[in-house]
Every structure is written in C-alpha cells, then in structure tokens.
Design a binder for this molecule. Structure first.
Ligand code: BES
Ligand code: MG
Ligand code: ZN
Length: 487
C-alpha cells in the first residue's frame, strides 16, 4: 500500500513541497532547487492552496507541487485535505515516484502533520472499481523522503506496518459500503468478514433461527421481510489474557434500507446501500486491532438485516419483545436501525463490558443538523466522551456532542407496550430521539453512540474522504484503543 524510502532517487517525478517558515524543509540540489526557489520568489500563495508546476529536468517532465498551509490551522483535517488534494493531481501511473518534503521543520522530532498528510494521500488514492470490467492496476504508493535520522525514527518499520494495516481495513470498509445491496447481503457480509479476519479472532455467526431462538426478536423482525435473512456476527478479540477490561463495539448493519412498509420516497432511498456503514467500520476496526495485535480485549457485535417491503415484512402497530425483555411498539418501520442495535447492545451488555461504543447511520435528522462533515455523538459518561473526543480531534475527524435530553425520554413511552420506536413529535430532535431509544438498552454501561448518517457515505466529493463510503471514525477509534493497550 504505502512504502517510504529514505533516499534521493532518480525515480522521482513528483515533488511535493509544503511551505513552512524555513521555506521548505529539504535539501534539494541542482536545477530542481533553483526551479523551486524561482517559483517561491515569483509567485504568491494563498493558504490551503496546492499549485502544480511542471519543469523539464533529467530529460523529462517533472512536477512540483507547492502546498501552502493556511495561516491558522483550525483542525488537523487540514493536513488530510491537503494530502488528498495533491493525490488527485498525481497521475495514477506515477504513484511510485513521489518525493515528499516534511511539513515540520528541520529540527522537529515529531512528524504527525506529515503523517496526516500521507493519510490524506491514501484516502485520495482509494477508488472503487470492483465492478468495472477494466480495473485500475493497484500499485504501491512509494514515497521518497530525505534520510535525516529523526524522520527515519518517526516513520519506522513498525509505524509504516501499522499505517498499512489501518488503511487495508479502511479500504475494506469503504469497499463494503460501496458494494451493491444485491451482492452484499447479511450472509455475504459474514462470509467476507470470515475471509478477511485474522485467524486469531473468535467468530460466531448467528443465523436467522439462532437469532430467533436466542430472543433477539427485534433483529429477527426487522430482517424477516427479506429472503436475505438476518445474521448476527460476533467477533471476539483477546489480545491479552492479563486484563479483564473489555471494550464492546456495535455497528448497524442494514444492508439495504427501503424504509420497509413505511417505504422511503425517491430522493431518500438511492443511497441506502450504505446503511451498513456502522457495521463495515466496526468490522474494519476489528481487523486492524487484531492485525496490529493490540494488547487488550474487545468484542465486536454486528447485527445485519435487510429492511424490505413485502408480505412477510413487519408493520406499524406490531409489538415485539426485545432481547432485553422490554416490549417495543413499532410505529414506523423506517426507524429500524435502533431496533437491531437495541438487541445487539443488550446482547453486549450481558457480557458486562467496561464500555460500549456504537456506530450507526441512524437518523436523517443528524444529516440535517450537522451535514456530511460532522458526526453526532452521544454519551452517558463525560470522562469517556472527553477522552474519545480528543482522539477524533487529533485525527481530524469532526464530531459534535448532542444531549441525551432526559425530558424527551417520555416521548418514547408507548400506550400499548414499554416503548415505541419513534416520537410522535416527528419534526423535533430526531437524532436525539434515536439515541434516547438506544439508551433504554445500555443499562449503566458507559456508552458512546455515533450517529454517522451524514459522514459515512459521501454523495459529493469530500475533501478528505472523496466519494462514496468514507470509513469515518475507524482511524480515531483505532488510535483511542491503541492508547488503551496495557504495557
Ligand atoms: N437509515 C436511515 C437514516 C439515514 C438517513 C441514514 C439518511 C443516512 C442518510 C434510518 O433508518 C431512518 O430511516 N431513519 C428515519 C427515522 C424516523 C422514521 C424516525 C429518518 O431519519 O427519517
Ligand atoms: Mg430507516
Ligand atoms: Zn436505516
């Protein structure tokens, strides 16, 4: 995927030169250096810009990309965006011929901005062409850097190995999200998970009968309208037997959300193959955690179903007994994500984890409130929220905390059952209502819920994630978990 070579090379055709206080932080000699100095003297750059110049050098055309940083960098996403931007300009055939001058100055010991820039390049390099007759040749991204010791120490073999494991997982999640719903059924998702995951993981797949027999009736009910039957995938990772602490992750896996009997209209239904993004991201997290061999224990719970319309589909008015024992009156079959998550969360709670983190494309209301750049985040625990938030900020992934407002809880009380799956005040606080529904199933487990309805799948070109499935949050959650390793 990516390889860094610390030497000067004749292979280089693309020079990426971020402007820093010292000018740029690289010894480049000869004609090229003159050309760069020339450009710097004669041109003006606006912050956040990437400009491409071509010069004739070494008997061929070489490209210089001048990257000017904004005066004030308000988020680390800036470095990701710049990396992505440059990548978009580079000919795919030449991705093994890039030279990168670091963003940090000569005396720096840490190169995390340069690392973010490289990550942005990797996001920009991804493309989805599984279903094209003519597929791009997937070349390794080879980046040359100068051979100063501090740089070599920072981007050591371990670090590069970890970046590659991370992006292999992120690309898998993006592929899964982009896959069409006729191909990626609940069953198929489990098959792919089984082949993609390390053998050092324990995998249990519940089929529709086991789901029903074990009492996960909400998951069963949401999935029963489709001939692509529901599944429940549980992945157990034990990275260290010395610790008792357990992390639980849950991801919403609706392989297609038609809305069910409350059918979605044209305009809302087209992107609903991406309603399994939470599941894809959590699977990716399991993959990278196990491949990196993190010293901790975590279990990943992935409920999978297709929410379809039809004779055997569930209806508004149905009352279902959840895995927790609480009964739920269905008032809208399009509020299906919270139903399958409720059972998965209850199942996880039974194992007494120290923390539960779920990811779900849960509500259109979250998209209305925060758009495609920011995910909604809810938590019943301030300390854990703050800690997790710091990793999202460091990694340049935007989240905003929304309240689990207790006065709205009663809006989910049903006349005929313990709970109803939507609030009757339909136009109010939709993302909060989704989160408050889930809250009924977490008991007192510290819990974080990410509503990624806006950030999971990009309809337009996003400056970091590009188009389609994004893999939002995998990086941040992975690095949060890594910080939890026992030494
Ligand atoms: N999968 C949708 C939410 C969604 C909307 C994800 C747009 C991505 C983009 C979810 O299942 C849903 O349909 N939610 C309903 C809830 C409502 C019926 C209370 C919604 O948001 O309209
Ligand atoms: Mg729905
Ligand atoms: Zn949905």
């Amino acid at each position: 995927m990516i390889k860094i070579i610390f030497q000067k090379s004749k292979e280089v055709k693309n020079y990426i030169i971020p402007l820093i206080k010292e000018g740029y932080s690289q010894n480049i000699n000869g004609k090229l250096n003159k050309a760069i100095l020339n450009i710097l003297q004669s041109e003006q750059f606006e912050g956040g810009e990437v400009k491409k110049y071509s010069i004739f050098n070494n008997n061929r055309l070489e490209n210089i990309f001048i990257v000017s940083l904004p005066e004030k960098v308000d988020s680390n996403s800036t470095f990701l965006e710049l990396g992505h931007k440059v990548m978009k300009h580079i000919d795919k055939k030449e991705i093994d011929s890039i030279f990168l001058s670091p963003i940090e100055g000569r005396n720096s010991n840490s190169f995390n901005k340069t690392e973010l820039f490289l990550e942005g390049m990797l996001f920009g390099y991804y493309n989805f062409d599984i279903y094209k007759s003519k597929r791009d040749e997937k070349k390794e991204l080879i980046v040359y850097m100068d051979d100063r010791v501090k740089l070599k120490n920072y981007f050591n073999t371990e670090k590069i190995g970890e970046i590659n494991a991370l992006y292999k997982s992120i690309f898998l999640a993006r592929d899964l999200i982009n896959m069409p719903p006729n191909e990626l059924t609940p069953q198929r998702f489990c098959e792919i998970a089984t082949t993609e995951l390390n053998k050092n993981l324990k995998i249990k797949i519940f089929d529709e009968f086991e789901i029903k027999d074990s009492g996960m009736n909400l998951l069963y009910t949401v999935g029963k309208g489709s001939e692509n039957r529901p599944r429940f995938l549980v992945i157990e990772y034990s990275g260290d037997e010395r610790v008792n602490k357990k992390y639980a992750f849950v991801g919403k896996g609706i392989t297609f959300d038609s809305g069910g009997t409350n059918l979605k209209p044209t305009g809302s239904i087209e992107t609903m193959k991406s309603d399994m993004s939470g599941a894809a991201n959590i699977l990716a997290l399991a993959k990278v955690v196990s491949e990196s061999g993190l010293k901790l224990n975590a279990t990943f719970y992935i409920p999978l179903a297709e929410n379809t319309i039809g004779q055997t589909a569930y209806r508004p008015g149905d009352i279902i007994k959840s895995y927790s024992g609480k009964t739920v009156e269905i008032l809208n079959t399009d509020a299906e994500g919270r139903l399958i998550l409720a059972d998965a969360i209850s199942f996880a709670v039974k194992e007494k984890p120290d923390i539960i983190i779920d990811m779900a494309t849960l509500t259109g209301a979250c998209v209305v409130a925060l758009g495609s750049d920011i995910a909604g985040c809810f938590s019943n625990n301030d300390n854990i929220y703050e800690e997790v938030y710091s990793f999202f900020r460091e990694n340049g992934e935007h989240i905003v905390r929304l309240p689990l407002h207790k006065n709205y809880r009663e809006r989910l009380k049903s006349k005929n059952a313990d709970l109803q799956n939507i609030s009757k005040k339909r136009t109010e606080a939709g993302a909060i209502m989704g989160a408050l529904f889930l809250e009924n199933f977490v008991e007192d487990t510290p819990w974080i819920h990410f509503d990624i309805a806006g950030t999971a799948f990009m309809e337009d070109n996003h400056p970091v994630y590009g188009e389609g499935g994004s893999g939002f949050g995998i990086r941040s959650l992975y690095r949060f978990l890594k910080s939890k390793e026992i030494m």
